[in-house]
Design a protein around this ligand. Sequence first.
Ligand SMILES: *Cc1c(COP(=O)(O)O)cnc(C)c1O
Ligand SMILES: *[C@@H]1O[C@H](CO)[C@@H](O)[C@H](O)[C@H]1NC(C)=O
Ligand SMILES: *[C@@H]1O[C@H](CO)[C@@H](O)[C@H](O)[C@H]1NC(C)=O
Length: 484
Amino acid sequence: FQSLKALALLYLSVGWFTITSPICCLVFYFRRVCDFHQPETLKAMLKELKITDEPASEDRLLNMCKDVIQYSVKTSNPRFFNQLYGSMNQYSLAGNWLTDALNPSMYTYEVAPVFTLMEDEIYSKMLHYVGFDGGDAIFVPGGSMGNMYGMNVARYAKFPEIKTDGLYAVKKPLCIFTSEKCHYSVTKSAALMGIGMNNIIFVKSDKIGKMIPDELERQIKEANEKGYEPFFVNATAGTTVLGAYDPLDEISDVCKKHGLWLHVDGAWGGSAAMSTKYRYLLKGIENADSMVWNAHKMMGVPQQCSIFLTKQKGIIMDCHSANASYLFQPDKNYDVSFDTGDKSVQCGRKVDVFKLWMLWKKEGDSGMESRIDHLFMLSRYLSDKLKKTPGFRLIQEPECTNVCFWYIPPSLRGQQETKEWWDKLAKVAPAIKAGMMQCGSMMIGYNPDGDLVNFFRMVLTNFDTTTEDMDFLVQEIDRLGRDL
Ligand SMILES: *Cc1c(COP(=O)(O)O)cnc(C)c1O
Ligand SMILES: *[C@@H]1O[C@H](CO)[C@@H](O)[C@H](O)[C@H]1NC(C)=O
Ligand SMILES: *[C@@H]1O[C@H](CO)[C@@H](O)[C@H](O)[C@H]1NC(C)=O
């Protein structure tokens, strides 16, 4: 950790960082979130980009390293609010570097003994938080992949013969249910798994983005009547844009009644399970069959760090195993049930556990809880502030740590909200975003959603972000948008 501090100091001497160092806690951040240039301009600025026939000197490599730092986005800056990840702490970073230095792969106990045991420890803790005790888990390369695991394991649970005979083994077309607000990974999974994008049934959600359980039940009945074979319902704990939590307890009742697997996409909002205060958002999760939970989002672990969890012990292995004899010899000199590689659809698997373990061990359960609570607190602080500040309009009360809102410049205030008015408002967020990219003061995403025109989607993921940063955000948007 001393060396990490030294590294930070080195950066300071180069002049890219400012360091605010409360005693030993290392909190460094870059002055600017980004130093943005158009692609062609940047290409011309990166003198060393091209690889040529000639070997390059170390000096030239170092020059390129400096450019990489200069022009990359500083996602660990406490004012990076653009996506659902971005925190950084020295313990996870150390875990990450050590992992890379050791360069292990997660298929067998013999090549990754410590990390195998470490994964088990993390699995049992996470399973416990969501009421899946005694279940099973695996690290996956991202939440989208975890959702696909959910779909594949669910299909295996109902039609194991598909593993050997393919989709030809089932007579009726399979179909799945998901909310209309779902992440696009469901569409990708359905396409890749041969279910077909047209066989995804989108269940209506209410005004605030939650799946409506009665609608789900109606759609399941309709699908049965049409000759479909439903097997999978995908619910969300924390939607990507609005941060809505589906009513898991009611949805799980519907699923039980119709014998469907319930998978919960908790990639974003699953971390609420660690908070006594906000766990209620996930009420009913213990009745689901599987879940994905991204530690690289709200838990603040560097990317990638995603875990697929299921209540059914052994099913991940049964569903995916292919018994490669050159890796998984049954007659090795140890208990080969510790060879977990065949649970994965990959062969080699990157070690993602150590950076999570380092942070969690350092913080303890209580420290992790206060991190999550801090982010929720900031989202509530910001939404309260926006309600009180002229020109800002909240889209809805936050559930997760997403705060979605419009900024209405003075030129548009107090007018009738006609179609033209909304068309004008739609251009405001992109203009403000361009302004902040230009000066690198912060980064925050915007998007339209359904019939809502472009609005800002503020997301809180960085433990170093403070209420002062929230105040700054409001001022900065006003500064950049006042004259539009
Ligand atoms: C981020 C996110 C995903 C995708 O996770 P990746 O790790 O980026 O693949 C899936 N679902 C939800 C709700 C998300 O917010
Ligand atoms: C489930 O829905 C969520 C969001 O609503 C989405 O992120 C995810 O991709 C979906 N996954 C599957 C496999 O249906
Ligand atoms: C792999 O081996 C296990 C245990 O011997 C067996 O149950 C399983 O069916 C095998 N899977 C494949 C794909 O051969």
